[in-house]
Design a binder for this molecule. Structure first.
Ligand SMILES: [Zn+2]
Length: 174
């Protein structure tokens, strides 16, 4: 029979997980389940705010961190205020070379490729930076050849991407 509800997928009765028949099922009147298709689509308009220059300069193949005028700490990802001195920082370009601080493999991505590709993420400390940045690692054969402390270099995307963070990734610097 066709349901008057277009998005209704299924109607079923959930089984009680209690196997002992001596114990009454207090939820017996509530085990009828309706399943509906409920697509959710969200679109956000997001501002990168004060750290926007980091994302803008990625289009120019430049990695921009920030430097504290007081303690000379270089923050990457950029911080607009030094957490040590509460001073407003200055932009500074960092080299596209660094070392691997930590990494993780994921069977699925969260990116704009529909989540079908496996993903290797790493924390990379760029040369001169005090902090490490999270970014995708590629050409690492599912992460089998990764080791903490190994040298990495930045690679830049050639074509158009959906998100600024897809403009670059890191690979082993052999
Ligand atoms: Zn500082």
């Amino acid at each position: 029979m066709t349901s008057p509800v277009r998005r209704k997928l299924e109607q079923l009765v959930a089984q009680s997980p209690i196997v002992d028949e001596q114990i009454p099922d207090k939820w017996s009147a509530f085990r009828e389940i309706e399943l509906i298709d409920f697509p959710l689509t969200f679109s956000f308009r997001h501002s990168f705010g004060k750290v926007s220059r980091f994302f803008i300069e990625l289009e120019n193949k430049r990695l921009m961190g920030t430097c504290c005028p007081c303690c000379d700490s270089i923050w990457m990802p950029p911080r607009v205020i030094c957490p040590e001195d509460r001073k407003v920082t200055n932009w500074i370009e960092l080299p596209g070379h660094g070392t691997l601080e930590a990494f993780s493999r994921s069977a699925y991505s969260l990116g704009s490729d529909s989540g079908t590709e496996s993903l290797v993420l790493g924390y990379i400390k760029l040369r001169g930076a005090r902090t490490a940045m999270l970014q995708q690692l590629r050409n690492v054969s599912d992460g089998d050849n990764l080791a903490i402390g190994m040298p990495l270099k930045v690679r830049w995307a050639d074509g158009q991407v959906d998100h600024p963070m897809e403009l670059f990734w890191f690979e082993p610097d052999l």
